[in-house]
Ligand binder design. Structure first.
Ligand SMILES: Nc1ncnc2c1ncn2[C@@H]1O[C@H](COP(=O)(O)OP(=O)(O)O)[C@@H](O)[C@H]1O
Ligand SMILES: [Mg+2]
Length: 224
């Protein structure tokens, strides 16, 4: 059983996309998944209500007043709980971090996203967790352009390394990720003949799911 939180005050950095990609990857591995949509816009909730997500994934809604009770209920109902939050900083974020086994901080390769990601790392480090130690976290590069690594991306990666921020994975800019919201399904269920990049996106989702699972296991072993 694991609780994974998405965090970053930056709107559009890929939190909801990552929540859905991860949910699909864990469901494919046989786990039951609950996504908690704590964004008032409720985009993931609507994605779930469209009913194409398969029986292993359910989406529930929460706000600051209900987030802790919702996490506890979700933990007893499913093996993996994924918490998606809204862009702006609000009380949901520390509650989500405090109850998480791992925090994913998505960032596009841009100076603004990296700045917000580094600020989020500080919030994670300052938030006491329910386990009484700091919550492991990692940055996920999102919407990375294919082809050669630009000088700007290399500079941003250097800035992260200097700040000591670990990178947990990478999602390239792909139509498949955008299509998650139009088809209202998971990466493995997208029609691969219609949506370019489906298989590659699915592989990136699986790699992230495995990296996060490994990091959670390593943290639990360290604590034992
Ligand atoms: N890897 C990606 N490739 C292409 N489009 C992406 C990718 N990640 C996110 N997007 C698009 O970027 C927009 C913002 O992503 P979203 O997950 O909603 O961000 P957030 O939840 O952080 O606000 C959406 O339109 C989404 O489809
Ligand atoms: Mg979102």
């Amino acid at each position: 059983m694991a609780v994974i939180a998405l965090a970053s005050p930056k709107g559009g950095c890929g939190k909801s996309t990552t929540a859905i990609a991860l949910a699909g990857a864990y469901a494919e591995q046989g786990y039951t998944v609950r996504i908690i949509d704590a964004d008032p816009r409720q985009r993931v909730m609507r994605w779930g209500e469209a009913g194409q997500t398969g029986p292993q994934i359910a989406v529930v809604s929460a706000k600051a007043e209900t987030i802790v009770a919702t996490i506890r209920a979700a933990e007893s109902e499913a093996q993996i709980v994924i918490i998606d939050v809204e862009g702006s900083a609000n009380m949901v974020v520390p509650f989500a971090i405090a109850h998480a086994n791992f925090v994913i901080i998505p960032a596009n390769p841009s100076a603004a996203d990296v700045e917000d990601a580094i600020a989020t790392v500080r919030v994670v480090l300052d938030t006491p967790s329910k386990h009484g130690r700091s919550v492991p976290y990692g940055l996920l590069w999102t919407r990375v352009s294919t082809g050669f690594q630009s000088r700007e991306f290399a500079a941003l990666a250097g800035q992260l390394a200097e700040a000591g921020v670990p990178v947990i994975g990478q999602f390239v800019e792909r139509t498949a990720y955008k299509s998650l919201f139009s088809y209202c399904t998971t990466l493995d269920q997208l029609p691969r003949d219609e949506v370019p990049g489906t298989d590659k996106a699915r592989a990136e989702g699986a790699a992230l799911a495995n990296a996060v699972a490994d990091a959670i296991l390593a943290d639990q072993e360290k604590a034992a």
